[in-house]
Design a protein around this ligand. Structure first.
Ligand code: ADP
Length: 494
């Protein structure tokens, strides 16, 4: 019940509260009026009966004085004219009943043997009154009258019906008036609520609530409008900042894209240049090499010793230059001349690599072993080259005193195939783990270990083209293990 009231609209709450308070006040007033009326009516009843007793007493004085009960009875019978009088009696001086009257419709009426009291007495639904009859200031008897209280109850009924009627009419008027007047409060509130609804659905902070009156609701609406203004301002600056940010991001993205494109282009150009240069240099170099070798064959020992040395240096230099140019050519071919990446049996690639390394393996009496290798997505030529470079390095960087042993294995780890090429060679200091993969970076001079410093950078480039990684684990003197990973599901070919 209370919950239902709490959830009523303000309009109905106002009507309900006002109706309740006015009804309470009205009923209180009505109760006071009825109580007052009852007191008044009772007093009037007593007064009227008292006057009647007085008159009846006076009229029966002579009958009493002359001991004529018949005449007294006659006098009493005139009470017929008063239908509210139920019965009447005249008592003689000795207290005995002298004459009686009883309303016609009554079968019997019991009179007290003596009035027993002076004045009036309310008994249940009747009023009894007794009065002395005097003659020359001397009591010669008493008159006793009994009246019904119909007057009292009919007056009460009349009052209640009048009050009920007034209550109904005034409640109706009250309701009409309240329904009209509550609008003073409910209309501004209703507008406020409608605006809040609109803002929450449309997110439009530009609307304002119209202020109707200068009361507390007016102040509330002013405050609400001011708040809307602030939100609108903040919203606008936020939007502006957001737009600016978006512009900046777009600008940066564009710039980044442009730079990436520039970089890719210059990389491609560089690769192209390296390829063309090394390719074109091969021809003249081959010529130089063959003539220098011819010189060495024909004139060895025929010129002075210095000339022999010079020719040897020249032969050596051209050989190294040929190696360098071949490696450079191989390096620049990875990006430009790669084949498609497709399922490739790694074991076949290993066989190709070992075939190419046959001479080196025999010269060094190296032992190359391997686990069963899987079929992996790869460019078969490049995978062979990769394995060849790593195994070749394992043999080249051997310890002089022991036989080189190389072991190749492969494991699937998550979404990658991880290959490992483990040797028992001289090992690498941890500080050089990154440097060795950079082109032309070498840890030894050519007298100790010959080489161009391109091998591992070729490996890195191949692995990266496949979307994988390459790294090394090693300790100086304890051998090295080179790892490289190939994704199980490679992205589009590069
Ligand atoms: P290169 O062998 O022609 O010098 P690489 O790029 O193949 O060039 O290797 C770079 C350097 O990494 C080598 O100079 C060598 O110092 C080191 N290195 C590579 N492989 C091994 C290995 N298996 N054991 C020890 N050192 C190695």
């Amino acid at each position: 019940m209370l919950k239902a009231f709490q959830n009523l609209s303000i309009k109905w709450k106002l009507v309900f509260i006002s109706m309740l308070t006015t009804s309470a006040v009205f009923l209180l007033a009505a109760a006071a009026i009825i109580a007052d009326n009852r007191i008044q009516t009772r007093t009037t009843l007593v007064n009227d009966l008292s006057s009647l007793a007085q008159v009846t007493g006076s009229n029966t004085t002579s009958a009493l004085a002359f001991n004529d009960p018949e005449s007294a009875k006659m006098t009493l019978s005139s009470l017929k004219a008063k239908p509210n009088i139920l019965g009447a009696a005249i008592y003689a001086k000795d207290g005995k009943i002298f004459a009686t009257y009883m309303r016609e419709d009554l079968k019997e009426f019991s009179f007290p043997s003596a009035p027993g009291f002076k004045g009036h007495r309310f008994e249940n639904d009747r009023l009894a009154l007794s009065k002395e009859i005097q003659l020359d200031r001397e009591a010669i008897g008493a008159v006793y009258l009994v009246s019904d209280l119909k007057e009292l109850s009919s007056s009460l009924k009349r009052y209640i019906s009048i009050i009920t009627l007034i209550f109904l009419i005034s409640s109706f008027l009250n309701f009409i008036l309240l329904s009209l007047l509550q609008r003073i409060i409910s209309v501004p509130l209703h507008r406020l609520v409608k605006t809040v609804d609109y803002i929450s659905t449309e997110k439009d902070f530009s609307v304002r609530v119209e202020k109707l009156y200068q009361d507390e609701l007016g102040t509330l609406i002013d405050g609400f409008n001011a708040m809307l203004g602030q939100i609108q301002e903040r919203d606008a600056s936020l939007r502006k900042a957001h737009d600016e940010l978006e512009d900046r991001v777009e600008e940066r993205t564009f710039e980044l894209k442009r730079r990436t494109e520039d970089l890719t282009r210059s990389n491609k150009e560089l690769e192209q240049f390296a390829y063309v240069a090394s390719h074109d240099l091969q021809e003249p170099l081959r010529m130089v090499a063959s003539y220098v070798q011819l010189l060495s064959r024909r004139y060895k020992g025929k010129l002075d010793t210095d000339a022999d040395d010079f020719i040897n240096y020249a032969v050596d230099g051209t050989k190294r230059m040929q190696n360098l140019i071949n490696d450079l050519l191989a390096y620049s071919r990875i990006g430009t001349k790669g084949k498609t990446i497709e399922p490739t049996p790694a074991e076949e690639c290993l066989e190709t690599a070992l075939l190419n390394l046959q001479g080196t393996i025999e010269d060094n009496q190296a032992i190359v072993t391997h686990d069963p290798l899987p079929t992996v997505p790869a460019d078969s030529t490049q995978l062979s080259q990769l394995l060849q470079n790593l195994i070749g390095n394992g043999i080249k960087y051997r310890k002089k005193e022991i036989r080189p042993e190389i072991h190749v294995s492969c494991e699937k780890k998550g979404e990658e195939w991880v290959f490992a090429v483990k040797d028992n060679g001289i090992g690498i200091d941890a500080q050089y783990f990154d440097r060795i993969f950079v082109i032309f970076q070498r840890l030894w001079n050519k007298e100790e270990y010959p080489g161009t410093g391109i091998g591992l950078s070729i490996c890195k480039k191949i692995v990266e083209r496949h979307g994988g990684r390459i790294w090394v684990e090693s300790e100086p003197g304890a051998g090295s293990t080179f790892f490289f990973s190939l994704p199980v599901n490679p992205k589009e070919n590069v």
